[in-house]
Design a protein around this ligand. Sequence first.
Ligand code: GDP
Ligand code: IMO
Ligand code: MG
Length: 426
Amino acid sequence: MKKNLAVVGVQWGDEGKGKIVDILSEGYDCVARYQGGHNAGHTVSIGNQRHVLHLIPSGIFQRDVKCVIGSGVVLDPIALLEESDAIEQALGSSVRGRLFISNRCHLILPYHRVIEAAIEKQLGERRIGTTSRGIGPAYEDKVGRRGIRVCDLMDPETLPDKIRVQVADKNRVLQALNYPQAIDPEPICESYLRHSLKIKPLVVDATVMLNDLIRSGKSVLFEGAQGTLLDIDHGTFPFVTSSNAAAGGVATGLGVSPKYVQSVVGISKAYTTRVGAGPFPTESEDGPGETLRKRGNEYGSTTGRPRRCGWFDGPAARYATMVNAFDSIVITKIDVLDAFDEIPFCVDYKYKGSVLKEFPADTSVLAQVQPVYKNIPGWKKSLAGTKQWSELPVVAQDYLKFLSDYLGVPISMISTGPSRDETIRL
Ligand code: GDP
Ligand code: IMO
Ligand code: MG
């Protein structure tokens, strides 16, 4: 029987989770997203088509797989409908009967985006550099026990009053933030009531559905968004997202017991990127960073922002390996390193002259650490599209072996290009 598997980002997101979940989900009965929202951008390249998924699990292109948006996700219904329309067009068939939304998901409403923009503006230099999707304020409302959920969206009698109460509250917050105008709740009520009718056929008790599937012996792949270093509890706080991207989020985000998470795989680039603000010790702001950006096409899948680029950050990946206890890791974008004579690999952080034993909790410390690099010879040969380990140059094998030994985790797959078949399976 196939084990249930969690697929988790090792770094600051955009590791190539979408490509790997699409491949791995073949043979699973279900793929379930456990956190985040449409801040995510997961790219799946099939043939000459490139799909970017934000909310819908990356298993949707495997036609026998059920896809679940779990209760830990914050849902913008309008974004979801736009995305499902685009996917139905690409698939040439309906997602009904294959795509399910938890009735416990919290909703993103337009005022969440307005508040986020006002707060980021007020923060100025200290801003997080969010994706402006309203993610943080929606999770704030959830934890503050005033959020509106999908089950509320399903009740047209009570929904408008729930929205009006929240808008009155948000207008007080916006006034305090010197926001120039008040939000009118009525167009929001009208729009959400209208969209609720289209969402309704997809809404289920996903907690019951997933537990029933698992108890009847079906296999579930749990899809993470963002990455461990963006996790609200374990990431580089405050420069994080507002949910638990690490493997611990699976159980809370789906209502399945941790006992059912039988295996965890980490997805990591062969180097490192980050979008938005926050410390990034191995960042290269000059030539090599630009080469990585150009060769890796490192522009945000959701916002189009240029991603900050740098070398593989060993201490950060080792920390993520501890937090998630990966059974194996997948290394993506190894082909992007083809161009370099030497590939620096950060093995340690130095802080005030001494090597740090642990990944620091304090962001101001992380911002001051000096990476200690081991320079590994490059291979200067195109690895794009390589499908066999034995076809890799020995120096590339050495880079990957060094990485695997450093983390103490076997590598289960290596990605050598965006497409499904540009993959080495080990
Ligand atoms: P995700 O958020 O983790 O799903 O990753 P994104 O989709 O945001 O970003 C990964 C980008 O790298 C996408 O444009 C992918 O098509 C691309 N990609 C994935 N794997 C590879 C690879 O092995 N080589 C190259 N060159 N591109 C890849
Ligand atoms: P995927 O799933 C990379 C980053 C934002 C910002 C911080 C907080 O494609 O890997 P938010 O809008 O979540 O409140 O922004 O988190 N961020 C991501 N970075 N990949 C993502 O998703 C991200 N989702 C959020 O850039 O720094
Ligand atoms: Mg992405």
